[in-house]
Design a protein around this ligand. Structure first.
Ligand SMILES: *[C@@H]1O[C@H](CO)[C@@H](O)[C@H](O)[C@H]1NC(C)=O
Ligand SMILES: *[C@@H]1O[C@H](CO)[C@@H](O)[C@H](O)[C@H]1NC(C)=O
Ligand SMILES: *[C@@H]1O[C@H](CO)[C@@H](O)[C@H](O)[C@H]1NC(C)=O
Length: 329
């Protein structure tokens, strides 16, 4: 259903955006403002422009990755993931590099992310929206080589060990990142747009340019999740510099939907200022090598097949199981 042969197109669009070979001299400029997702300060160069970001080029547990459904490993120890339902307030910002909602830290509300593969409790702090210029590119993670039009990423930090995300992302077990793929809702609304996502999108018109931000109406992070208990999980990194390998990723097996209109407004966001708008905001890092990491899931394909259980089978959603028990003669 999602598996159209889009990947070749997607990759070629991406590579067009990366200019090759040039390494600029960045002197002692503030590193934080120098990186982008394209051009000479794009992902291929992050590890070169700042020595503290060398994991971006040398790391072997990097994110995002392409998920191969046939290689998922069922792990019966994986529990349901828990995210608090309490609404939070926050500010959505176009940083010129990315689009990020930061939770209002003055507010006493703390949204916990726990359970699933996580052995600590994590506190939600940032939400990234990754997207591309067309429906065939946009998500950072790919499923069987296919990109979705957009991807939501909820970042939480290990609140049992650390005091904030910027500190925790550089420390062991520092971060939990929950990924939700986004598809564009059909005109006939058989899959209605996610209402929390619609709320977020109402301020997009106010943050077209770099460094513009807007306070969003309180949203429930839990309300952004698709209706499923099933997910995939692996150990990876932040997908922004310094690519710290401290992130436990959790990717749900179903997408949520955004309206075509709001997808349009996402694509109006620019990298630059009103006087020098530059190009469309582009915040997608290409996929990284898996390097023999295991991607685990709580979907028990073998059981679903053995029972020929249609509801379970339907739940698996991403065509995901080539494994069959061997009949030993
Ligand atoms: C998050 O967990 C802490 C510790 O268990 C708890 O005090 C807090 O109320 C939780 N947050 C919500 C929104 O339930
Ligand atoms: C994050 O925590 C570290 C260590 O406790 C602290 O030094 C730093 O100032 C904090 N940063 C922010 C943005 O609060
Ligand atoms: C971004 O906006 C803040 C105020 O919201 C301002 O203090 C800062 O100088 C701006 N930065 C840039 C690079 O324009």
């Amino acid at each position: 259903m999602i598996y159209l042969p889009f990947n070749t197109l997607c990759l070629s669009i991406f590579f067009l955006c990366i200019e090759s070979g040039v390494r600029a001299d960045f002197g002692t400029a503030a590193w934080e403002t120098w990186w982008l997702y394209n051009g000479v300060s794009g992902p291929a160069f992050w590890g070169l422009i700042n020595p503290q970001w060398n994991l971006c080029s040398k790391g072997r547990r990097q994110s995002p990755i392409n998920i191969e459904p046939s290689r998922l490993l069922y792990d019966p120890q994986l529990r349901p993931i828990h995210i608090d339902k309490t609404p939070i307030r926050g500010v959505l910002r176009n940083t010129g590099q990315t689009l990020v909602l930061t939770v209002d830290r003055a507010s006493p509300v703390r949204v916990n992310i726990s359970g699933g593969p996580l052995t600590y409790r994590y506190q939600f702090e940032e939400l990234y929206i990754r997207f591309g210029p067309e429906d065939v590119v946009g998500s950072e993670h790919l499923i069987q080589g296919i990109a979705f039009p957009a991807e939501l990423q909820l970042y939480g930090f290990n609140v049992e060990l650390y005091s904030n995300l910027s500190d925790a992302q550089q420390k062991p077990n520092g971060v939990a990142a929950v990924s939700i793929m986004i598809r564009v809702a059909d005109e006939d609304m058989t899959k209605p747009p996610n209402s929390e996502l619609q709320t977020l999108a109402t301020v997009l018109k106010e943050i077209t340019f770099r460094n513009q931000s807007a306070v969003v109406e309180p949203i429930s992070v839990h309300g952004l999740l698709p209706e499923t208990d099933y997910y995939m999980t692996y150990e990876g990194s932040t997908t922004h510099p310094g690519c710290w390998e401290t992130v436990t990723w959790v990717l749900f097996n179903k997408p949520v939907y955004i309206s075509r209109k709001n997808m349009y407004w996402l694509r109006q966001l620019k990298q630059g200022t009103p006087t020098a708008p530059k190009t469309q905001l582009w915040n997608v890092r290409p996929t990284q090598h898996l390097h023999h990491r295991t991607v685990r899931t709580n979907i028990n394909f073998a059981q679903a097949q053995a029972k020929k259980c249609p509801t379970m089978h339907k739940e698996t959603y991403y065509k995901a199981n080539l494994w069959r028990p061997q009949v030993i003669p």
